[in-house]
Design a protein around this ligand. Structure first.
Ligand code: NAD
Ligand code: ZN
Ligand code: ZN
Length: 368
């Protein structure tokens, strides 16, 4: 049995249920969850913007302890501390073989099916399957994931901080460092200062950007971005974000602009505040039917690079431990990213806070 937060119908609160949990099969790992972050991607699912099979256990940003391993598992053992990798790459598809495990075809398939690789799930309720978001299903006391989804980590980092590495830190820092490859002395704008946006800001600062402009609509969070390396802030409720960023860059625009909200309008804003030959990186996730409007003539005449970034173009077995080492070396801030801690029972309060934009990151702490 495992107590978990289950989404039964889009738009409804999650319900806390005691689910049946099978044993780990070959190549699978049972994890006792210790902490799980509330990411806007989970919220997109709740709202029906990312259609998935229901009922489902959401949560994909998590850390815990290996409780049991299935046959053939070699990379982790009972008692290891692990961070969940929500893109458990297969190692054999064309993307994996060409160094892009973030775009693994098998992991993309599992996102759509809400299952483990064999097409089934280990959670069930009254004999019917309960699906697992991104194979993780992290909003549960226990979960069972593919071996590739449980990345062993150093033991000296508290679980709540380690959990953040799983999505917001990897996604944000990776978007700046891997995807945009922000150069020292460059100029950056980040639209959306949430869990992901704060990490794009600290990633750009780590890369040596000289000007980092944070754009959001919540003044308290904008003020906090300064401690993560932002040099300027723009409140998009008060000012037009594109004009404000152009004003701050002598009318030229920034070298790199990032969108970290998931709205087509702000994606176009990110493009429009990028200078000629600069780079626009879309990190926010919009619904599959939505489209972004971009001036067609500008595409050749301004020659900007427009790209996306998934999991910060990361390779979790290598990058999660590296990011934790950067934290231990005092080069990444993790503690101040957590602005509220909830119990699993309080998860709907956490999502209400996420919806209102008040948290940087809210995190679930599982009871002992
Ligand atoms: N590409 C990936 O791999 C990946 C990974 C994780 C999350 N995401 C996506 O990134 C996005 C951000 O996720 P998050 O967890 O940081 O979300 P979040 O809710 O923590 O942050 C979103 C921020 O946007 C701000 N905002 C909302 N409307 C705005 C507006 N009109 N103008 C300016 N700011 C506005 C909010 O105040 C909030 O601070 C989501 O779409 C999420 O699904 C993508
Ligand atoms: Zn996420
Ligand atoms: Zn693959």
């Amino acid at each position: 049995m495992a107590k978990a937060a289950v989404l039964h119908r889009y738009g409804e609160p999650l319900s806390i249920e005691e689910l049946d949990l099978a044993s780990p099969k070959r190549g699978e790992v049972k994890v006792k969850m210790k902490a799980a972050g509330l990411c806007h991607s989970d919220w997109h699912v709740v709202q029906g913007q990312l259609p998935l099979p229901l009922p489902i256990v959401l949560g994909h940003e998590g850390a815990g302890i290996v409780e049991e391993v299935g046959e053939g598992v070699t990379s982790v053992k009972q008692g290891d501390h692990v961070v969940l990798n929500w893109v458990p790459s297969c190692g054999t598809c064309s993307y994996c073989r060409t160094g892009r495990p973030d775009l693994c075809e098998e992991a993309a398939r599992l996102m759509a099916t809400g299952t483990l690789p064999d097409g089934t799930t280990r959670f069930s309720l009254h004999g019917k399957p309960v699906y697992q978001f991104l194979t993780a299903g992290a909003f549960s006391e226990y979960t069972i994931v593919p071996e590739q989804a449980a990345i062993p980590i150093r033991r000296d980092v508290p679980f709540e901080l380690a959990a953040l590495i799983s999505c917001s830190v990897m996604t944000g820092v990776g978007a700046a460092i891997h995807t945009a490859q922000v150069r020292p002395g460059s100029t950056v704008a980040v639209i959306g200062a949430g869990g992901v946006g704060f990490n794009i800001i600290q990633g750009a600062a780590l890369a040596g950007a000289k000007q980092i402009i944070a754009v959001d609509i919540v003044e308290e969070k904008l003020a906090m971005t300064k401690t993560f390396g932002a040099t300027h802030t723009v409140n998009a409720r008060e000012d037009d974000a594109v004009s404000a960023v152009l004003d701050l860059t002598d009318g030229i625009g920034v070298d790199y602009a990032f969108e970290a909200i998931g709205r087509p309008e702000t994606m176009a804003d990110a493009y429009n505040m990028t200078r000629k030959a600069g780079t626009t990186v879309i990190v926010g996730i919009a619904a599959p039917h939505e489209a972004v409007e971009i001036n067609a003539f500008s595409l050749p005449s301004q020659s900007k690079a427009l790209t996306g970034s998934w999991l910060g173009q990361g390779n979790p077995p290598i990058d999660y431990p590296k990011l934790l080492d950067l934290y231990a070396a005092g080069k990444l801030k993790l503690e101040p990213l957590i602005s509220a801690v909830y119990s699993l029972d309080q998860i709907n309060d956490g999502f209400a806070a996420l919806k209102s934009g008040q948290n940087i990151r809210g995190i679930i702490r599982f009871e002992e």
